[in-house]
Design a protein around this ligand. Structure first.
Ligand code: ASP
Length: 436
């Protein structure tokens, strides 16, 4: 018994980041070996072990709604309504600017690498256009207002939850200024209760992360076993192009933004890495949200009154990595079917990809659906059997690999913008950065 305790001690006392990284690298190695080996073995491994990866995703999903709900009620109960408006405008401006910069970076890299050039894809009857219809912007806007908050909570629809939780929190903050003593007392108790509930949820997130290394190992092994060999083949250029563009956005884009606001990029990375890795392996900004919110508050010193609002919003509307991906893939398909995009078409791509990124859900593979909308906006219609469908199918083949990087950036972008907005509000606890 004592020996077993010792073994677990080793696990729990070593650095979480180290453990997750070991899981990541080991998972990739195992996955690549499996991917190049006997397909039957690889398939058997994936089916028999999917439980462990799925468990991690389920645990994260379990905690998303309670984390958003309690943190956001608690956060907006402690912010003055006028400040909330200002923070809202600032964060949306930052999200839009970083998205547009991201698409531009994607297009620049696509010019440098010319992925798909000379491929001369032709249509084939069995190329399946696995596209779903992307949502309309107006519907997305209208759906922010829930018709039944309980239903939104049950379904885990983030935007309506944000809307309702903010109203809830704001009304608590108004009640705290009421004339009636009893109401004031009640509102204060309510505020304390939701605050404590939010803390409790973060505690659970902490526990879930203890399982992360194991979940990460199996999730990554699966992706590489299933997709790895394909991405190292003819699609290597597009994978490389996307990942180089991702790295440039992180180093120059985010590094530059942070430096402009006198925040250390290195410290930011140290504080944010847990969320970045979780995003990388889960391929879901929404799924990562509990971790994003916890590290932003605990490590990057973002106050709950700001992060609880900007981060769930970012996980829904700010997708910088997806924006890069959309730019690169549109260029790839244009090149591959022998119709390289004109400058005008590229301008349209910047606009539609920025909007498409806003409409992309923070779930695995959602960006690939938005790609259809971007392609349509430049006249590349996705119809079964066409060369465009073949190109699109090729992208889908490696989508999981591209999705890992773009989701990591999507989440990183939310944290960068949030830290900067908190700093401009004079609310960033920089003493936390000093400890990193
Ligand atoms: N998986 C991405 C995310 O959750 C969205 C996408 O597919 O682009 O942020």
């Amino acid at each position: 018994m004592s020996e077993q305790k010792g073994m677990l001690d080793w696990y729990f006392k070593s650095s979480l980041l180290m453990r997750i990284l070991i899981g990541l690298v080991a998972g990739a190695v195992v996955g690549i070996v499996l991917g190049y080996g006997d397909p039957a073995t690889s398939k058997a491994f994936v089916t028999n072990t999917s439980f462990f990866g799925d468990l991690f995703i389920r645990l994260l999903k379990m905690i998303i709604v309670p984390v958003i709900l309690f943190s956001l009620i608690a956060g907006s109960a402690s912010i003055a309504p006028s400040r909330l408006g200002r923070v809202g405008i600032k964060i949306i401006a930052f999200y839009m600017i970083t998205s547009a910069i991201s698409v531009a970076i994607g297009l620049i890299f696509a010019h440098l690498f010319s992925p798909g050039e000379g491929m001369n894809l032709v249509g084939s009857a069995d190329a399946k256009a696995a596209a779903r219809v992307p949502p309309k912007v107006i519907d997305v806007l209208l759906n922010i207002v829930p018709t039944n908050p309980a239903e939104s909570l049950a379904k885990g629809d983030v935007l309506p939850i944000i809307f309702f939780a903010m109203l809830f929190g704001l009304s608590i903050s108004f009640l705290k200024d009421a004339k009636d003593e009893t109401l004031v007392k009640g509102a204060e108790i309510l505020h304390n209760v939701v605050n404590a509930a939010a803390e409790t949820m973060y505690k659970i997130v902490n526990w879930i992360m203890q399982y992360a290394p194991i979940g990460v190992f199996f999730l990554i092994a699966k992706v590489f076993a299933e997709q790895g060999p394909r991405a190292f083949g003819p699609l290597l250029i597009i994978t490389l192009c996307a990942y180089l563009a991702y790295i440039v956005l992180i180093l120059l884009g985010y590094g530059g933004f942070l430096a402009a606001y006198r925040l250390s990029f290195v410290k930011f990375m140290k504080g944010a890495n847990e969320a970045m890795i979780t995003a990388f392996v889960t391929r879901s900004s929404s799924g990562t949200l509990p971790v994003t919110m916890r590290v932003s508050e605990e490590k990057l010193g973002v106050p709950r009154s700001i992060g609880a609002f900007t981060l769930p919003l970012g996980a829904t509307i700010n997708m910088n990595g997806t924006a890069i991906y959309l730019g690169i893939c549109a260029m790839f398909i244009g090149n591959a079917v022998g119709h390289p995009l004109t400058i005008d078409q590229q301008m349209v791509v910047v606009l539609t990809a920025t909007l498409a990124a806003i409409g992309t859900a923070g779930v695995p593979g959602a960006g690939a659906i938005m790609l259809v909308m971007v392609l349509e906006s430049i006249g590349l219609k996705l119809e079964t059997g066409t060369a465009i469908a073949v190109g699109y199918a090729m992208i889908l083949g490696i989508d999981a690999l591209l999705d890992m990087g773009r989701t990591c950036l999507n989440v990183t972008g939310d944290m960068v913008c949030t830290a900067i907005v908190a700093k401009t509000e004079g609310e960033l606890d920089e003493s936390k950065w000093a400890e990193l």
